[in-house]
Design a protein. Structure first.
Length: 114
C-alpha cells in the first residue's frame, strides 16, 4: 500500500518559517492531487493538482506556498511569517488516480510561539 511520511514540523517564533515535506512510498500508485490539512477538523490549508494548479485557504494566502516534486513523490509546504494561529498538527493527503482512493499521513506538529 501507500505510505506517507511527513517531516519538517517543529517550533517557530511568530514571523518565522518552516518547510514541511511529505513523501509517498509504495508501489502501484499514481498520484493526482496532493494537499495539506491541519487541526482536529482537518481544515484544508493548500492543495495542488497534478498540473500544478494551487489553492489556498484564506487564512494562509500570501504566507504559504505548496509545491510538489513528482519524481520524488513529494509535496512541500513552505510557511512564512508564521502566526500562533498556525499552531496545529499538519497532515498531508494524496489522491491515487488509479485506485480512486486517498491516503493520509500521520501528521507533524507545528507550534508557533514566542
Amino acid at each position: 500500500q501507500v505510505q506517507l511520511v511527513e517531516s519538517g514540523g517543529g517550533y517557530a517564533q511568530p514571523g518565522g518559517s518552516l518547510r514541511l515535506s511529505c513523501v509517498a512510498s509504495g508501489s502501484g500508485f499514481s498520484i493526482s492531487a496532493m494537499a495539506w490539512y491541519r487541526g482536529k477538523q482537518r481544515e484544508l490549508v493548500a492543495s495542488i493538482t497534478s498540473g500544478g494548479e494551487t489553492n489556498y485557504a484564506d487564512a494562509v494566502k500570501g504566507r504559504v506556498t505548496i509545491s510538489r516534486d513528482n519524481g520524488k513523490n513529494t509535496v512541500y509546504l513552505q510557511m512564512n511569517n508564521l502566526k500562533p494561529a498556525d499552531t496545529a498538527v499538519y497532515y498531508c493527503k494524496i489522491w491515487d488516480a488509479g485506485a480512486k482512493t486517498s491516503y493520509w499521513g500521520q501528521g507533524t506538529q507545528v507550534t508557533v510561539s514566542s
